[in-house]
Design a protein around this ligand. Structure first.
Ligand SMILES: Cc1cc2nc3c(=O)[nH]c(=O)nc-3n(C[C@H](O)[C@H](O)[C@H](O)COP(=O)(O)O)c2cc1C
Length: 362
């Protein structure tokens, strides 16, 4: 069961299977991380929607329930300076929905909540000492990164192009996540805004493998043993899996999101910037259909979310809510996260054995 042909991530992180649970802010928490860890994968806690105190409580809960290593995940965007004209334009684009729901566009709105990695989060890393720290949207400042490394954590981040992978390798990452265009959630891209040119996993993984002398983790569309075997055949040392866990009881997504996942098809997702201002892949819904999934009016990440909050409160459900998911959404099964992880490992190994002509593992 642990007969993996490439042991680089197993040794680097101290895990049994080279399967990383994708940190999924808002969609995953302690229960999912513990379940994946128990199965021998790398459990992750996303911190982008948490305060440092909430994150610390989650790390402690994970440590009490699981013996395995932990990946603590942070966004590292630069918050934009407020721009009243841009905010007015975004409100104007949403005004028909405010009118439909009888909402006052002048009423105070909540501020955007996605927080970047900063001194307080870095202090949390130094105190709680996760084995792995992962970043989305590049890396933090050199000073913060040096402190993370000094804590003893392995550092990983996502690349959506070869150029981004080389940039991460040059700054000392221990492994690189190759995030193909199929992937659910925010595009990790930080050196490009051009979504029309983002490569898919099948093209991206071998090109990053060729370009950097680091273990590469394939992400995007890996949802069962076939995806695991394909990723390793392309030269990846392991996989990061998000969407395949979203229907597990441990996932935190609301019922309407679960129903959309259960009904998902191969062509049911799109990359949209409407919900936060940054391109992200999610299940297509009414807002995306009516405004178009990408809008020049959406204010920069993460502020676009603020203007949507009253719509989401007034009408909870799929119309105005992001339902992040990757192109493999229809492959997600309604199984516990421990079973999903064990199946990824078992079926992935069986497929690899079949491809290499070796006898199948028991
Ligand atoms: C619901 C959801 C939320 C996500 N949130 C984060 C996050 O907070 N941090 C992060 O590094 N990646 C996040 N991602 C991206 C994942 O790390 C990963 O790249 C992606 O799930 C892989 O593709 P897949 O969904 O096809 O498995 C998210 C993905 C999803 C589906």
């Amino acid at each position: 069961m642990s007969d993996w042909p490439d042991r680089r991530l197993i040794d680097l992180f101290g895990i049994r299977h080279p399967i990383l649970q994708a940190p999924m802010a808002g969609a995953s928490g302690v229960a999912l991380a513990v379940a994946v860890s128990r199965a021998g994968g790398l459990g992750a806690l996303p911190c982008a929607l948490l305060s440092p105190e909430e994150a610390q409580a989650q790390v402690e809960a994970f440590r009490q329930a699981a013996g395995g290593p932990l990946n603590l995940n942070f966004f590292c965007h630069t918050p934009p300076t407020p721009d009243l004209a841009a905010e007015a334009a975004w409100m104007a684009a949403l005004s028909p929905y405010y009118a439909e729901l009888g909402l006052d566009p002048e009423a105070p709105r909540p501020a955007a909540t996605r927080a970047p990695f900063d001194d307080a989060f870095c202090a949390l890393v130094e105190t709680t000492r996760p084995e792995v720290v992962s970043f989305h949207f590049g890396l933090p400042t050199a000073g913060l990164l040096a402190r993370v490394r000094a804590s003893g954590a392995r550092v990983i981040s996502s690349a959506t192009t070869v150029e981004e992978a080389v940039w991460l390798a040059e700054r000392g990452c221990d492994a690189v996540i190759a995030m193909g265009f199929e992937a659910g959630g925010h595009r990790a891209s930080f050196l490009t805004d051009d979504m029309s040119a983002q490569p898919g996993t099948f093209a991206l993984v071998p090109q990053i493998v060729d370009a950097v002398d680091l273990p590469v983790i394939a992400a995007g569309g890996v949802a069962d043993g076939r995806g695991v075997a394909a990723a390793l055949a392309l030269g990846a040392a392991g996989v990061q899996v998000g969407t395949a866990y979203l229907r597990s009881p441990e996932s935190l997504v609301p019922d309407f999101h679960r129903q959309a996942l259960a009904a998902a098809r191969d062509d049911g997702t799109a990359v949209t910037n409407l919900f936060t201002g940054r391109p992200a892949r999610g299940i297509s819904n009414r807002l995306m259909a009516e405004i178009g999934p990408m809008s020049a009016a959406a204010t920069p990440f993460p502020t676009a979310a603020g203007a949507l909050a009253p719509l989401r409160s007034a009408r909870p459900g799929p119309d105005f809510s992001n339902m992040w998911a990757g192109q493999g959404a229809a492959l997600a099964r309604e199984s516990g996260a421990e079973d999903v992880t064990l199946a990824l490992a078992r079926d992935g190994l069986a497929r690899l054995a079949r491809l290499s002509g070796r006898p199948r593992p028991a």
